[in-house]
Design a protein around this ligand. Structure first.
Ligand code: PNS
Length: 166
């Protein structure tokens, strides 16, 4: 098993599902680099720095957080993986409908960088319904996000939506 894995995503915002996958990845790899894609910053609710800060807060007090590094990237994921010395990409797959997109992405990355493999991890089954887009929708309409995202993410979402409302 290689030592460094890269866990990429938009993480806009980081959910309890992402946190569960990250924790599982740290059980498998010595070091996990979470990397926030900032290719489409304009369409995101949080900017790259904010997303990184929210992820950092999730690590506080965990026994595995010291082995996690958080970065951001623009451009091709495999280029960033090479720069970071990672030969493994981690992606979470919640249900079979995720798989088609994930499979195409993994094959594209493999064609671009044959030495980099993708590993799919499943979250706890109680978290399989959570997606960042649904989180944003529930937040927008003022729903309870307690079981979707960590407390500080819920707070940040509320503040962001309050400040952005006309
Ligand atoms: O959380 P997401 O939005 O499903 O993450 C997708 C992401 C950011 C990992 C993917 O879109 C990506 O790697 N984008 C960078 C551009 C790239 O390398 N594209 C080729 C692989 S499809």
């Amino acid at each position: 098993m290689k030592h460094i894995a890269l866990y990429p995503g938009s993480f806009d915002p980081f959910t309890n599902g992402h946190l569960d996958i990250l924790k599982r990845a740290t059980n498998l790899f010595e070091k996990v680099i979470v990397t926030v894609a900032v290719n489409n910053e304009k369409e995101s609710i949080f900017n790259g720095k904010e997303r990184i800060r929210l992820i950092e807060e999730c690590l506080t007090g965990t026994p595995w957080g010291a082995r996690v590094k958080i970065t951001q990237f623009t451009g091709l994921l495999v280029d960033h993986a090479k720069k970071m010395g990672a030969h493994t990409l981690i992606r979470g797959v919640r249900q079979i409908s995720d798989f088609e997109y994930e499979f195409r992405m993994a094959l594209t990355n493999k064609r671009l960088a044959p030495n980099i493999d993708t590993i799919f991890l499943m979250p706890d089954e109680q978290l399989t319904f959570i997606s960042a887009s649904l989180v944003k929708e529930v937040a927008f309409w003022g729903g309870d996000l307690n079981s979707f995202v960590p407390k500080h993410v819920e707070k940040a979402l509320k503040e962001k939506l309050q400040n952005s409302s006309p």
